[in-house]
Design a binder for this molecule. Structure first.
Ligand SMILES: [Zn+2]
Length: 200
């Protein structure tokens, strides 16, 4: 597994530094391993995914420009639940701002959206570092979460990266998040792995 080199090797970009520090810490992280992903997704998640298709939700990649043009919809999603993971939604999410293109050409960020009738209801952002994906944001509209739209979107994201040759997706540490989030990760095929061993 590799994180790849930065555009400017002398001044590594923020996400490279973050991910590098993360994998060097001997704490288990959550990781999606594509070899076993599909067989690990649970029955409940599969049901949700089929339901979303029937209800007319669609998933696709968004360009950064589109994400910025839909800033009001991003804001509506972020504000649709005041408390997430037992915490108040942070200010930079409550008032999202336009983002510029990736800081480093070799470690680009990609946004993915779940839409219905051309309205954005969930989004995920992931940085690509070598053959690794680092999930940084995952949000769904509070009133649509019950339909499983985040699972539906995440399945698309996983298949997208698998087809691009990415081997794993990192999604925070084992001790990060509530029991609900940990359960969600497991139901979507994530497993605990010692990242320092995977990357050694
Ligand atoms: Zn970089």
């Amino acid at each position: 597994m590799t994180l790849g080199k930065c555009d400017n090797e002398w001044e590594p970009c923020r996400l490279y530094r973050l991910t590098h520090d993360f994998i060097k810490t001997p704490i288990a992280g959550f990781m999606l391993d594509f070899d076993t992903f599909e067989s690990r997704v649970d029955k409940h998640s599969r049901y949700d995914i089929r339901k979303c298709i029937k209800m007319g939700y669609i998933t696709r990649v968004m360009t950064i420009e589109e994400r910025n043009e839909r800033l009001e919809q991003v804001k509506t999603i972020n504000r649709s639940k005041e408390i997430r993971q037992d915490h108040k939604v942070k200010d930079f999410l409550w008032n999202p701002y336009p983002i510029s293109t990736s800081e480093c050409r070799n470690h680009p960020v990609t946004y993915f959206g779940c839409f219905k009738d051309d309205i954005l209801y969930a989004y995920i952002s992931i940085y690509r570092l070598g053959d690794t994906g680092h999930l940084t944001n995952i949000f769904g509209h509070g009133e649509h979460l019950k339909y499983g739209i985040v699972r539906f979107l995440f399945k698309f994201v996983a298949e997208y990266y698998k087809s691009q040759g990415v081997k794993i997706i990192i999604y925070h540490r084992l001790n990060n998040g509530t029991q609900g989030l940990i359960h969600w990760k497991k139901s979507m095929g994530f497993k605990e792995m010692k990242l320092d061993e995977v990357f050694s």
